[in-house]
Design a protein around this ligand. Structure first.
Ligand SMILES: Cc1ncc(COP(=O)(O)O)c(C=O)c1O
Length: 399
């Protein structure tokens, strides 16, 4: 992308004229720029794609083929991992545990047939279930230990509530158990520092909170680095030889890449660059994916109403989970209505209002969730527009 590429409302409106509303558009030039940004940010580490934040096989293939540093996928569901294997992907790590014995059996059968799928574990029950299925099928399940990487301060749990394996002693106990099983093979360690990777720390609209989060993050980064190092050393001392040590996410690459024992960083959101990821001190990327809904009403001289567009993001509820009015610039939502199921009023502080049937472009708060609303994404190239299927367009739905 040349430095001069600065697409604005009129550019997108005119290039996309005639497309049936609502539609999602991926600006290919901005996507390529974001890919380059994240390759640079990864330093010497490999990158694993967080499929949940992309949710399109076609887009994942586009990204994977740009560089050898993209080594595999972090899937978010066991059934998805099988589907990705069948679609031709290699080195699939399921980032979250599977607790359904029927599904584990299907994954086991896929592994027996040559699929490269590694499963996440952190509870004794996970191990027991996998061992039982592995024994039955006569296979060894590749597994990855999920290390809790939250920081606990007086009165504050800074991180997520996921893994039950906490601290080096917790790891030791877990590994003692793991090694007693004959149908499990420890391949990797994952230590996901959600409080660094997934929490914005600048320009969130709350200056003081940003400063506190920045300070908490800097403390937590050092603590988690120690924890991961000690865990890797313990694993080696206990005789385990790891194929990978996974950490991080889009928001933490600058700190995750500093730890020598980490081999790969998981990245997803930074490719589409959904708006929650505009609030990280360490990096900037371009809004590559957005969606359009048409203007259908004009109730006041400064207000238009768009048809629909209410695609609110998951997670703790808050205003920041609403889509952002992206283009034309200067539009804002009405506090009492927000983004509507079918009608979304938008107030403009200046300029001529978009005409009837013109698009209002929105950005989603989170990256992959938008794909659950559309069967296809319009890939906007400099001289063409082509349609890429989303997971939903392929009939894939994994919750
Ligand atoms: C286990 C794990 N790793 C990495 C990530 C990072 O994904 P992204 O780059 O989309 O923020 C996530 C996101 O939630 C995650 O759950």
């Amino acid at each position: 992308m040349s430095a001069k590429y600065t697409p604005d409302y009129h550019y997108y409106r005119d290039r996309l004229r005639g497309q049936a509303y609502p539609y999602a558009c991926l600006d290919a030039r901005l996507l390529r720029q974001n890919i380059r940004t994240h390759l640079q940010r990864s330093g010497t580490k490999f990158i694993r794609l967080a499929s949940k934040s992309i949710r399109s096989v076609a887009v994942m293939e586009m990204i994977m083929t740009t560089d050898e540093k993209f080594i595999g996928i972090m899937a978010y569901h066991g059934a998805e991992a099988i589907a990705l294997h069948e679609a031709g992907f290699r080195d699939i790590l399921v980032g979250y545990p599977v607790a359904d014995p029927g599904l584990l059996r299907k994954i086991g059968e896929a592994i027996r047939g040559g699929a490269q799928i590694c499963l996440m574990v952190d509870l004794p029950e996970h191990l027991e279930m996998l061992e039982a299925v592995g024994k039955d099928l006569g296979i060894s399940f590749p597994v990855c230990l999920d290390l809790d990487c939250s920081s606990v301060y007086p009165g504050l749990h800074f991180g997520v509530h996921r893994s039950s394996v906490k601290g080096v002693e917790g790891v030791r106990r877990f590994l003692e158990q793991l090694r007693s099983y004959r149908h499990l093979k420890l391949e990797g360690l994952m230590g996901y520092e959600a409080q660094i990777a997934g929490v914005g720390d600048t320009d969130t609209g709350f200056w003081l909170k940003d400063k506190v989060v920045q300070w908490l993050k800097s403390r937590s980064v050092a603590e988690i680095a120690d924890r991961r190092q000690q865990t890797v050393e313990l694993m080696e001392a206990m005789g385990f030889s790891l194929r990978f040590v996974n950490a991080g996410g889009t928001g933490s690459m600058e700190s995750s890449r500093e730890e020598p024992w980490i081999t790969e960083i998981t990245v997803g959101s930074g490719f589409y660059q959904s708006h929650l990821f505009d609030h990280y001190r360490q990096y900037r990327a371009h809004p590559a994916l957005f969606y359009a809904v048409p203007v259908v009403r004009r109730p006041r001289p400064d207000t238009v109403v768009a048809h629909g567009g209410g695609f609110v993001a998951s997670g703790a509820t808050g205003k920041e989970k609403a889509p952002q009015v992206y283009l034309p610039e200067g539009g804002r939502l009405v506090a009492n209505e927000g983004v509507g199921e079918v009608q979304t009023p938008i107030i403009f502080s200046q300029g001529p209002l978009p005409a009837l049937n013109d698009p209002i472009f929105f950005r989603h708060a989170k990256a992959g969730e938008l794909c659950e609303r559309f069967n296809e994404i319009l890939l906007l190239e400099p001289d063409s527009i082509r349609s890429l299927k989303t997971y939903r367009g392929m009939g894939w739905s994994f919750g």
